[in-house]
Design a protein around this ligand. Sequence first.
Ligand code: WTA
Length: 645
Amino acid sequence: MSEHYVFPVPASALENTHCTKEQYDALYEQSVTDPEGFWKDQASRIDWMKPFTKVKNTSFTGDISIKWFEDGTLNASANCIDRHLPERANDTAIIWEGDDPADSKHITYGELYEQVCRFANVLKGRGAKKGDRVTIYMPMIPEAVYAMLACARIGAVHSVVFGGFSPDALAGRILDCKSTLVITADEGLRGSKKVPLKANVDAALERCPDVSSVVVVKRTGGDVKWAEGRDVWYHDAAADVSADCPPEEMSAEDPLFILYTSGSTGTPKGVLHTTGGYMVWTSMTHEYVFDYKRGEIYWCTADVGWVTGHSYIVYGPLANGATTLVFEGIPTYPDAGRFWQVCEKHKVNIFYTAPTAIRALERLGDDFVTQHDRSSIRLLGTVGEPINPEAWLWYHKVVGEERCPIVDTWWQTETGGVMIAPLPGAIDLKPGSATKPMFGVKPALVDQDGKFLEGATSGNLVITDSWPGQMRTVYGDHERFKLTYFSTYKGLYFTGDGCRRDEDGYYWITGRVDDVINVSGHRMGTAEVESALVEHDLVAEAAVVGFPHDIKGQGIYAYVTLFEGIQPSEELRKDLVKLVRQEIGPIATPDFIQFAPGLPKTRSGKIMRRILRKIAENEFGNLGDTSTLADPGVVDDLIENRQNK
Ligand code: WTA
């Protein structure tokens, strides 16, 4: 598939579009030549309690300081709910579709107001106040959204932890941001299987003595252990609180949330987003990227435990008064037609998912798709990893009936919202390319030395100036923020991604260039998996690399060296897999574990990952220069015993 394959903007995408090609060009130009004027206009999409006078105050050098709309005040929850009430109290805010296809409900903006206020009052009753960090560990039920908005309403900073993470991973995140309050459910439900959320919280809290309050939403009614005084059922606490809770007045630069994400080194980082810029950014990108129009049913299949859920299930759509679908289940339950059955049932107009889901469903055959009516869908989207043109074409042809544009959206937890994507009424599509930058985004490609590369070329993707949705710091560790994003190339935000730009100025993200791997759209640091493996008493050393995987995008390949005299065994292999699942969660399960008597190292002791990657890819014919290895002999053994044959 070549980039010369172009899908022009279809006539249907031009109907009532927010942005034609001409408008995109003009707005983009203004956004980069007159950011003050552009963002002052855009900020009017948000209700401010006190208007700002300063728009942009940012620096990518020195201490790295990023402030937008800094003297304005607002409340994110009021922007997502209260301001819609005069006109839209009876519009549906949330369509909830349960794991069981018989389970669904509609929540209007009026109901959302009451629910969020009640939740906010429960949190207040448990002592939560402005600035406190609240950890949310929830299944995909409406209460997860209520809990997030309730935190925002009272000015507490939420840290949502994906429900698939293990107790250990949860504990690490609770400790890092010093949460004293945790919100969870008795159990989650995914593909008819129960997820023991409360039990995981109990286990995590053995390591978190400062957590004094656990609010538990009843989802399944399964048995749970109870710590009197610490634990409270949400429905009990909510029974006698008011359904009114005035929103706290927050400064634009007050934190809205922390979200942990993996990097190339160390433990996950607490990415901190603030209020004003994030709300402007998510609202604007949601409206333009999805060309959202009032009354449309919009479905993003992510989990609220990831940034996509934050920005494009909760804050962006609700700020725009949209109807956002919240799905509890999985794409293959009760069968592989579930996504399309839900689209048919709720007349979904805009559908946004991950390439890994598309590839997995493509495998299972077209019938699962075509047996459901998809005529309501007018726009498709993808996020999380590069989409291979083959999967793009299937999505376009079979799911979208060649009618729907596909917005391939490139962005990161750190960027708060979409950075590069084709606006559906403006940009011709090329399968596999995220295409053109969003307003205010100035991408550039640099070589290893930070030299700017012009024209059609490949390089490392950097962003040269700030945008309102940008993360402000790593929670509690500003040095790490500076080091991770601004030290590789001075004065530039480094994304960690490699990228190609073609002769039409289209951007093609090629994947991470650091030690981060992307498994089914989930970011993982190889260092995190390694440190889980070396927790085992018999393991001396571990090195983890990614390898291309047909469905997951990348798989996890671990090389493990045991202590002298220890014999490898299948049982040990199983124990190691179990250990990683325990330390991180099932998403980090290694696909292959290879026991290696030694790892290829330079004479200075640095592991040569390039060689390990090649062997994991089963591409050992061309290992490059191995003469600098301390012991070239180890390579033969690695090849001989490779697992991915
Ligand atoms: C990758 C998810 C290619 C990329 C929103 C990035 C993508 C990382 C795309 C961020 C895309 C995300 N095309 N690659 N459309 N979207 N990525 O923080 O490597 O979970 O750096 O944010 O996912 O992952 P994160």
